[in-house]
Write a protein that binds this ligand. Structure first.
Ligand code: NI
Length: 174
């Protein structure tokens, strides 16, 4: 297995859109294994989408596991939100967006229904709420070419980016 490079904002490749998976053969199985390997090798990582990784083809795949013991791998292929209900406004971070420096509140649906395929192509449907729902929405945004900064007001993003630059300049001096 291979640990993949996680693309860092503002890398243009983060704007790529997930490519639908049709053939669930060995090539895709290796991509999914590598994604989990990368996920588990990255501290404080809850989930990763293929579009935030240094892959030639950014498949429509996300891997999720936010449990303490990291023994609950959950893989969503070709995922689509089919129902949304309620609202939550919780802090999020992202492995591609200044992971150790930035956490911001993002408005998301509280409950969702997702139809997808598992890693072997079997159609599935799940209900998710709270943290799990937030996580899936964050990852499916990545697969549409968006990072969570794109969900915030542009003025707020400008302020955040200025603050980060200041922190980075300071870190260089120290
Ligand atoms: Ni992210």
């Amino acid at each position: 297995m291979t640990i993949l490079k996680i693309l860092q904002y503002p890398d243009k490749r983060l704007k790529r859109v997930g490519v639908p998976v049709e053939n669930f053969g060995p090539e895709i199985q290796k991509v999914i294994d590598d994604m989990f390997e990368t996920h588990y090798a990255t501290p404080n990582c809850a989930a990763l989408a293929a579009t935030q990784l240094d892959l030639d083809i950014p498949w429509h795949i996300t891997v999720i596991d936010y449990t303490q013991d990291k023994k609950s791998p959950f893989c969503i292929v070709n995922g689509k939100i089919t129902y949304r209900e309620g609202e939550q406004n919780e802090y999020e971070g992202c492995m591609s967006v200044f992971p150790s420096q930035l956490h911001e509140k993002v408005k998301r649906a509280q409950k969702i229904k997702v139809s997808f395929q598992d890693r072997h192509g079997k159609p599935q449907e799940i209900d998710a709420s709270g943290y799990f729902a937030k996580c899936i929405q964050h990852e499916l945004d990545h697969l549409d070419g968006y990072v969570y900064l794109d969900k915030l007001h542009p003025i707020k993003v400008e302020r955040i980016l200025r603050k980060i630059k200041k922190i980075q300049r300071q870190a260089k001096k120290d």
